[in-house]
Design a protein around this ligand. Structure first.
Ligand code: NDP
Length: 448
């Protein structure tokens, strides 16, 4: 049987066994596509059921999360943790609290995380978790009670050497604090290595907050350098206005770019004279308000477009940093028609397959999330290193390590794409480089 037939037979089986999980199918399909060339060149990777094992989580946990709201009513949510692959190290990946969360979404994120974590070069496996809990409009006390209930179950399954969760959409410093407090209470230990994204006085790392956004810009700058360009003078669209987006915008402007548009789930703002990132942090991070407030409070030529499509804005660089499948084929056409030259994914899988193919076919350099947004998890692994040695590194040192890791990821991805005959295809480069390291570890460790 040819490699193509083997892969497509395997993918058909996966579709049947994982029905109703389109995001998981999408993530697997993209990786399998890139693996055809690897299995053709290095056929031993087709042995020992390696690909099948890689696509099947080691463990999937689904649990009830009951909690009491401010009115005294009982609420019941569903919690998830998918421990996908621990061949390289303890499971590592964030927790997402959002009403759209279901098993398929957590599996897609956990699957992506395996390759991303492998690309960082650090000893971390892949996992992901979360809940369909919607934090929007909930009081601090409600968030705390929810986090405590969630951790009451999750604590059985995590640990410094087993599984180390962190934040993601809807889970920031406040939620990590409540989760860590409950873990500490139940375990009767100050085990700082059990969660990352912690506060600075209780085991957190400098730069973790900024890491995904800064890392995204470091990698994009590296990609632009291969085309003899830089952020200096570039116009940049950053979708979202959460953790990743805010710090991507901050770093891009520090490097001389103008961020011309940002968004939230209600609409987008255009900012022809650049974004005042501190003002936007205050609106979104501190006061947790809508992005529309920016126009009245800051002005400076900014306009609000309720419910509009941010990808209509003209720019040189697009950094989608909100959520999966937020940029489709039609939006890719708009961006290309408006002269976009670089797209790098800050979010996980924000571009649909149609969008990715369109960029690649039309000369837009495209960096996939598993490489471009790996700075967050890489810095989480640096936080784990500091916890293990009871040390705290300076901002400059940690940022330097992050910068180096992102440069290395880009070089590895670029070289791998070239070695496998797909020069400039950073999707293939990231999938192949991420896969080989995990695959070698799995083959060395036997059929488990
Ligand atoms: P946050 O919750 O901090 O922010 C998410 C942002 O995206 C919010 O501004 C939200 O708007 C906006 N948003 C959500 N859905 C949409 C939509 N359909 N259209 C426009 N905007 C939308 O999450 P993060 O910044 O942490 O995560 C963003 C992405 O980055 C996710 O895909 C996540 O998996 C990925 N990621 C995050 C990492 C991290 O370290 N945090 C690491 C690697 C990847 P609103 O305020 O209206 O909800």
């Amino acid at each position: 049987m040819s490699i193509d037939q083997q892969i497509s037979e395997y993918y058909d089986k996966l579709l049947k066994r994982n029905a109703g999980e389109p995001e998981f199918h999408q993530a697997v399909s993209e990786v399998l596509d890139s693996l055809k060339v690897v299995l053709g060149k290095d056929p031993h990777y087709a042995d020992d059921g390696l690909v099948e094992r890689l696509c099947e989580p080691e463990r999937q946990l689904i649990f009830r999360v009951p909690w009491i709201d401010d009115k005294g009513d009982i609420q019941v949510n569903r919690g998830f943790r998918v421990q996908f692959n621990s061949a390289l190290g303890p499971y590592k990946g964030g927790l997402r609290f959002h009403p759209s969360v279901n098993l398929g979404i957590i599996k897609f994120l956990g699957f992506e995380q395996i390759f991303k974590n492998s690309l960082t070069g650090l000893p971390i496996g892949g996992g992901k978790g979360g809940s369909d809990f919607d934090p929007k409009g909930r009081s601090d006390r409600e968030i705390m009670r929810f986090c405590q209930s969630f951790m009451t179950e999750l604590q059985r399954h995590i640990g410094e050497y087993r599984d180390v969760p962190a934040g993601d959409i809807g889970v920031g410093g406040r939620e990590i604090g409540y989760l860590f407090g409950q873990y500490r209470r139940l375990s009767n230990q100050h085990e700082s290595g059990v969660l990352t994204g912690k506060g600075l006085t209780w085991g957190g790392s400098l730069v973790r907050t900024e890491a995904t956004g800064y890392g995204l810009v470091y990698l994009t700058a590296e990609m632009m350098r291969t085309h003899k360009e830089s952020f200096g003078g570039a116009k940049v669209i950053v979708s979202g206005s959460g953790n990743v987006a805010l710090y991507a915008a901050e770093k891009a402007q520090q490097l001389g770019a103008t961020v011309v548009a940002m968004s939230d789930s209600s609409g987008y703002i255009t900012t022809p004279n650049g974004v005042d990132v501190d003002a936007l942090k205050d609106i979104k991070e501190v006061r947790r308000e809508r992005i529309s407030a920016y126009v009245e409070e800051v002005g400076n030529g900014a306009q609000y477009h309720a419910g509009g499509n941010i990808w209509e804005v003209e720019a040189d660089v697009a950094l989608p940093c909100a959520t999966q499948n937020e940029l489709d084929g039609e939006s890719a056409k708009l961006l290309v028609a408006n002269g976009i030259r670089y797209v790098a994914e800050g979010a996980n899988m924000p571009c649909t397959p149609e969008a990715v193919h369109y960029f690649q076919a039309n000369g837009t350099a495209f960096a996939p999330g598993k490489a471009a947004n790996a700075g967050g998890v890489a810095t989480s692994a640096l936080e784990m290193q500091q916890n293990a040695t009871r040390d705290s590194w300076s901002f400059e040192y940690t940022d330097g390590r992050l910068h180096q890791i992102m440069s290395n990821i880009f070089k590895n991805v670029e070289r791998t794409a070239r070695d496998y005959g797909c020069e400039g295809d950073y999707v293939a480069g990231a999938n192949i480089a991420g896969f080989k390291k995990v695959a070698d570890a799995m083959l060395a460790q036997g059929v488990i």
